[in-house]
Design a protein around this ligand. Structure first.
Ligand SMILES: Cc1cc2nc3c(=O)[nH]c(=O)nc-3n(C[C@H](O)[C@H](O)[C@H](O)COP(=O)(O)O)c2cc1C
Length: 371
């Protein structure tokens, strides 16, 4: 019996298996609105076999986008375009597939070029915008100098998160995920590397974590009971003066107490001065510590690419779910192939059933090609 293909309850939401599509920006939105690219992308992932598909981060306000191509949930037009994309994805999804969306604010990493345009700060002729952060420290040389947020920003952005989550619920998402990692605003506020404030939002951990925790509580209070709320958090900053795994455990415990039902444990991104040596499952130890120390349902992510690897992570008790990003872009039928490898059953769309390994002898040949 495969653990990967066993169901799991994320609070009120049952997912049919433990495979999650990790959020992946497509940089293909128009003023925050999902485009036809999103239709094909999401319809494809909807039949990947993953029990939960988490859509890319949607900015809670226009200046909270990373690039001009980022998805948003800050306008009625954004909401309508995402409703269209989600309806299309649901129409072709494998039975039981659940959908979530990540919401966030880019902070000082916003007003940037799309990765394929260079990924640097937008120049003066590229319609840049003013960015915000805990302290007026740019992400790197050549990046925009942010303005340090004030009490009015805290109130506005908290409200924007609540409003965006409300839009996600209205569209019909099963899960909302708060982006608290990768150096974006919430992580920027929590990390001592980027937060150099000397007011009530800076200094000791309780101060640095106070806004993200209050925001998480406000979103939970406003969301309908049937929608699960989780967060993507930082396992560590990979720097002595940054967040450590103990901070991740403490944050997860507090998020759990605030009613969040899972933590997806990522790492890094708050400063470019660290280069992380990635290897298979390199962030799994952080997930393991978070799960053991906080008791929250935990998702591991990062260089998880093989079915046996995913199964082993779950069997070892390090995590309750695994999220895949690049592996599932590479092979959008990853779940089908994982089911085949682990001897689990997955109901395929009847239109494509003849491609199932047991019905098509060529499948073995195709798999060999992929090895
Ligand atoms: C194209 C692309 C876009 C991404 N966009 C997001 C995002 O919107 N939010 C996020 O938290 N992580 C984002 N990530 C990070 C992934 O979710 C994931 O954590 C990371 O790629 C490591 O997992 P992997 O080794 O399975 O790719 C992105 C990654 C890729 C490759």
């Amino acid at each position: 019996m495969s653990l990967l293909f066993s169901p799991l309850d994320l609070g009120p939401v049952r997912v049919p298996n433990r495979i999650v599509v990790a959020p992946m920006c497509q940089y293909s939105a128009n003023d925050g609105c999902a485009s036809d690219w999103h239709l094909q992308h999401l319809m494809t992932l909807a039949m990947s076999g993953a029990g939960l598909v988490v859509l890319e981060v949607a900015a809670v306000e226009r200046q909270g986008r990373i690039t001009h191509g980022c998805l948003g949930l800050y306008s009625d037009a954004n909401e309508a375009s995402l409703a269209r994309a989600l309806a299309a994805a649901r129409a072709v999804a494998l039975p039981g597939t659940r959908f979530g969306i990540q919401i966030g604010h880019a902070g000082r990493k916003g007003s940037a070029q799309r990765p394929w345009e260079g990924g640097l700060a937008l120049g003066p002729d590229a319609d840049p915008w003013n960015v915000l952060a805990a302290s007026a420290i740019p992400f790197d040389e050549g990046w925009h100098t942010p303005r340090a947020f004030d009490a009015e920003d805290v109130a506005r952005i908290t409200h924007a998160f609540v409003a965006a989550a409300g839009r996600a619920a209205r569209i019909g998402f099963d899960v909302v995920e708060l982006h608290m990692a990768h150096g974006y605003l919430m992580h920027n506020v929590m990390s001592p590397i980027s937060n150099q404030r000397d007011d009530g939002f800076g200094g000791k951990r309780a101060n640095r974590f106070s806004w993200p925790l209050a925001l998480a509580g406000a979103v939970r209070a406003a969301l309908p009971q049937g929608v699960a709320l989780g967060a993507r958090i930082t396992g560590q900053d990979w720097a002595e003066d940054g967040l450590q795994v103990e901070d991740a455990v403490a944050l997860a415990a507090d998020l759990r107490a605030a009613g969040l039902v899972y933590a997806c444990v990522s790492s890094g991104g708050v400063t470019p001065r660290i280069r992380v040596a990635v290897s298979p499952g390199y962030q799994v130890p952080f997930a393991k510590a978070v799960k053991a120390g906080s008791g929250i349902t935990t998702r591991a992510v990062g260089m998880i690419a093989r079915a046996d690897q995913a199964e082993e992570i779950l069997e070892s008790g390090a995590a309750d779910q695994v999220a895949l990003a690049r592996a599932i872009l590479d092979d959008p039928r990853w779940g089908w192939h994982a089911a085949e490898a682990l001897g689990a059953s997955l109901s395929l769309p009847p239109q494509y059933a003849r491609a199932a390994a047991k019905l098509w002898p060529g499948a073995a040949l195709a798999r060999r090609h992929a090895e």
